[in-house]
Design a protein around this ligand. Sequence first.
Ligand code: SF4
Length: 162
Amino acid sequence: MRIAVSACLLGETCRYDGRSKPCARVQELVALGHELVPICPEVTGGLPTPRTPCEIVRAPRMKGKKAHTANEHSWTILDASGADRTAAYARGAQAELARAKEAGCELAILKAKSPSCGSGEVYDGTFSGTLVPGWGIAAAAFRDAGIAVIDETADFSRLANG
Ligand code: SF4
């Protein structure tokens, strides 16, 4: 299976702090016959590394629609200094989604809790380390496009046969 993967989980030093977050159990999927396609929506969107950390600070649920979809801009991304990074996040999410679709990815394994890559739980926008239910901007775009999204802590047993 071809799988889009957060590049920081594969050892790329693309995180906001200039470091990576290598995850052996994700990297080991290659030995099971899977092809991993690295993505980093924040870098692809034009943000530098290292960069000031960002959080989703406003994501009101639009009536009758899902929150956090990259097309609706029902969310705003600010960095810790107050600078608006919404455009870069939207640009990066759409560019990486297009690349993953082009590559034929059926699944995405994306870094937990990230404002781009988190799935189901993200920081609340107060920069206090508080988690709330929600989706990162790129993860939501993948989900809405029909690509299943899990994070690096998920049960990989169904991936045992590549
Ligand atoms: Fe890039 Fe996503 Fe990793 Fe952040 S969590 S460094 S956006 S791949």
